[in-house]
Design a binder for this molecule. Structure first.
Ligand SMILES: [Zn+2]
Length: 182
């Protein structure tokens, strides 16, 4: 098990587009394992690499007892939308809001072994593919809400107990270091 800490809203890594995976190597397999372990521990229905501080185009999902991952995903979306479905995000603990998403999504990408894969999802699975692929583009679910809903969400986020925790904290030790380098 290699559970990583999940980055919270406010961390710049969550709004930075991730880079495509080029090397399908041991490091990538470790990243998929870390994402899977962290997602299952949370527990969550999906987790994208930037959420554990890694700027690569990789996500994992666990929806309707189906566990998997996609590398370098590319999505085709249905025109039909679900405007009302509730959506949450592990980077916004404890909060969920109605978020418009396409009802069906086809995710084309690769497995961690570099094999092409095509996944078709509807409803929650489609929502997950869209939410996680957005993370890889530095887009968060609040960016998908209509302006009125987004305003309500931002208020709830400001009032959340974890709000602001991701801001960098600089601590100065009151103890002398005895001349040792830090
Ligand atoms: Zn999320």
């Amino acid at each position: 098990m290699a559970i990583q800490s999940i980055r919270l809203f406010g961390d710049p890594v969550l709004t930075t587009p991730a880079a495509p995976v080029v090397d399908f190597d041991k490091e990538l397999r470790k990243l998929v394992k870390d994402l899977t372990d962290t997602m299952m521990d949370a527990p969550g229905a999906g987790l994208a690499a930037p959420q554990i501080g890694v700027g690569l185009r990789v996500f994992t999902y666990y929806v309707d007892d189906q566990l998997g991952h996609v590398i370098n995903p590319d999505l085709d979306l249905s025109a039909e939308m679900d405007e009302e479905g509730e959506e949450g995000c592990l980077s916004f603990p404890g909060l969920s809001f109605p978020t418009p998403r396409a009802v069906r999504a086809v995710a084309k990408g690769f497995t961690m072994h570099g094999e092409p894969v095509v996944l078709e999802g509807t409803d929650l699975m489609a929502r997950c593919f869209q939410h996680e692929t957005d993370h890889l583009d530095g887009i968060l679910f609040i960016d998908r809400m209509d302006p009125k809903q987004r305003k309500l969400a931002m208020k709830a986020i400001r009032e959340a107990e974890w709000s602001g925790l991701s801001a960098p904290t600089i601590r100065f030790s009151p103890h002398a270091t005895g001349g040792k380098a830090l």
